[in-house]
Design a protein around this ligand. Sequence first.
Ligand code: AMP
Length: 198
Amino acid sequence: MTASARLLIVGPQGSGKGTQGVRIAESFGIPVVSTGDIFRANIKAGTELGQKVTAILEAGDLVPDELTSEIVRDRLSQEDAAHGFLLDGYPRNTTQVTHLDAFLGGRDEALDAVILLDVPREESLTRLKLRATEQGRSDDTDEAIAHRLDIYEHETAPILEVYGARGIVDRIDGVGSLDEITERIFAALDARGLRVAV
Ligand code: AMP
């Protein structure tokens, strides 16, 4: 059974948003739309897009807004996203919020909730360095990690003010066990009337 929900999960790299996003999306029967995953898949497959963004991801910089928004519009236009989706990693700055608003507005849609996974910078750093050792991700150098956390603080955190003013942000304590955090997210969504249909 599919429940309609248009969700965004936000948090610093290393907050666990990827893992939590998959869990939430599976429960709601909606696709995860992760721009980071899309870029990495294209790099791996050696597509034109992949070649264009390789150096940007390695440096921990942001891919240009227009290009990123175009990719998201294409993805959200696919059939499986018609009744909902969970965005992970997009929008990443206020310009991208404007792009997403324009796209969703054109479909008479809007985000239902923004899940903010709140994790202190020190904790994110520790987790990212561990992941770098375990998975050997090429964009997980110390320098790139610190740079991405800076970008998060300066460019991504401001989007929470925009969504906060709309009253759709749920701030979730992102420190705890995976299951505890999933439960916190479900409780917050439930309080908004966003329930998994059974
Ligand atoms: P993530 O897996 O979300 O941490 O994304 C990995 C990398 O992909 C980021 O460091 C950026 O280089 C790029 N990226 C992902 N999402 C976006 C976005 N919305 N805008 C620009 N660049 C992005």
